[in-house]
Design a binder for this molecule. Structure first.
Ligand code: LFR
Length: 489
């Protein structure tokens, strides 16, 4: 294969980035060309994504990529899941996409469950219940002028790809997070769409990672200074799907924690697990690249830490991550632990206060200092990873002998060590940019620069990316005892 120069657009909940990569049979170099803040905006009580600012950041990134590398052989886009932009009959965007942390989505849960019981939703979609799944978001908008005017619903990466190319589609890894995709057929579920009174036409034809979506339009080429044609290729457009491609696993016996604002902890499977036990345990069967299943659970993740830092900064307290982690390492372990997935942690707000309240409720002494709060968050995250990894293995029958921790959290040495200790397994930390790497690998394969399945792509990762290994140290009895303090799940 020849070498290609590719751009990955990777949008996270707190920042977006455009990276360029040179990829060939023995080469995978990634380089950041633009990073921009993703700042949600509350307007009249609703929390929105500022999607035009994000698109502006993408164009700036493509322009910078053109300046850096001359020409691009392709572009791929991934972002967080579930949220959609609605287009009207003229193809105009009907307002900004609403943020999944907006409280209104959850109000539709009882109405949806009255029409399709949770057991049936799970049997069809295999999707974990999250109160903001697209199915609830759309149900919450029933009767609004906006939904009545909507002709096409586009997930965020599909919306950006539409603006870049004109193409309309729904990439399947991300579509699998809507709660409207049939896990058995891999197609939109007309049973659910009809039962909920949604127009079938809202949901565009599915595309798959590796499909050529189109080319940058003449406008975009002029605006970015790039020379055409530049193909836009479907990747695992759900960031977690790309991050799982980016796990440098050696064998199949691995678990992963994709650790960013959210932590997604689980295993990779060949077929979904749709049992009642799995539903009750809150495991999801999201579509992965190459027909794999991402069997995982959402853990509230570094959000707890990010929002704590924001709260402290607003109060005029120092909140630098390095200093906080340093201080937290000196706090005794397990002084207090919380259930990270308590629904009260979902909306933005004062996390230190919420954590203290939860500790008090469970009869523990609430953390007092910033260091104690950070320690409580990290111990609690490690406990949540331990639960998710063990239960994923147990419910799926997949053996696990190593945990790969990828994403920004891989830089957090204390969290990585605690995860190794909690799981009683070695942790391989990195790459930090797993999602962008998974994004360019899928493009590179579609473009003929690399060949093979996920294991060959991962071999290239192992040959080119740095990782850090952590061995489990502390006794598992301490973690068993800490786990006993949490409510059962
Ligand atoms: C991670 C992620 C999760 C999804 C959440 C909300 O960035 O994509 O997988 O559950 O964001 O979309």
């Amino acid at each position: 294969g020849r070498e290609l120069t590719l751009a990955a657009v990777d949008l996270g909940a707190s920042s977006g980035r455009v990276m360029t990569a040179r990829v060939g049979p023995a080469r995978l170099d990634l380089h950041e060309v633009n990073r921009f803040t993703n700042r949600p905006v509350r307007v009249a009580g609703t929390l929105y994504w500022d999607v035009l600012a994000l698109y502006g950041g993408v164009l700036d990134g493509l322009r910078a990529a053109g300046r850096d590398v001359g020409r691009l052989d392709g572009v791929g886009i991934d972002s967080w899941a579930v949220d959609v932009g609605l287009l009207d009959a003229d193809g105009e965007l009907l307002g900004n996409p609403v943020h999944y942390r907006d409280a209104r989505h959850a109000t539709a849960v009882p109405a949806v469950h009255a029409v399709v019981p949770p057991e049936r939703l799970y049997a069809v979609t295999g999707l974990q219940h999250l109160p903001f799944n697209t199915v609830f978001q759309l149900a919450a908008q029933r009767g609004t002028a906006r939904l009545a005017a909507a002709r096409t619903a586009l997930l965020v990466p599909d919306l950006l790809a539409h603006w870049l190319t004109g193409a309309v589609g729904a990439e399947v890894t991300n579509a699998s997070t809507t709660g409207l995709l049939d896990a058995a057929t891999g197609e939109w579920s007309h049973e659910l769409i009809d039962a909920l009174g949604l127009p079938r036409g809202l949901f565009p034809p599915l595309t798959r990672p590796g499909d050529r979506l189109g080319e940058l339009t003449a406008d975009v080429l002029a605006d970015t200074g790039l020379t055409g044609p530049v193909p836009v290729t479907a990747v695992g457009s759900h960031d977690t799907a790309s991050a799982v491609v980016g796990v440098p696993a050696e064998s199949e016996r691995f678990a992963y924690v994709s650790c960013g604002t959210w932590s997604l902890a689980g295993v990779e499977l060949a077929a979904p697990v749709l049992t009642e036990a799995s539903r009750r345990a809150g495991f999801t069967n999201e579509a992965g690249v190459d027909g794999t299943v991402r069997y995982l659970r959402n853990v509230m993740g570094l959000w707890l830490l990010q929002e704590s830092q924001r709260t402290w900064r607003a109060a005029g307290l120092p909140a630098g991550l390095t200093e906080l982690l340093h201080a937290a390492a000196r706090v005794p372990a397990f002084s207090a632990v919380v259930d990270c997935n308590d629904p009260r942690f979902l909306p933005p707000g004062d996390m230190p206060a919420r954590i203290a309240a939860l500790c008090a409720e469970t009869g523990q002494t609430p953390p007092q200092s910033q260091a104690e709060t950070v320690r409580c968050i990290l111990d609690s995250l490690a406990l949540a990873y331990r639960r998710a990894v063990r239960q994923a293995a147990q419910l799926s029958g997949q053996d696990v002998d190593v945990v790969h921790l990828v994403g920004g959290g891989a830089r957090n040495a204390l969290l990585c060590q605690l995860t190794a200790d909690a799981c009683g397994l070695p942790v391989v930390a990195g790459p930090v940019e797993a999602a962008a790497l998974g994004n360019v690998l899928v493009q590179a394969r579609a473009g003929g620069a690399v060949a093979g399945g996920l294991s060959e792509l991962r071999q290239l990762l192992r040959a080119t990316q740095e990782v850090v290994r952590y061995r489990p140290s502390s006794s598992s009895a301490a973690w068993d005892a800490a786990e006993g303090r949490l409510p059962r799940r």
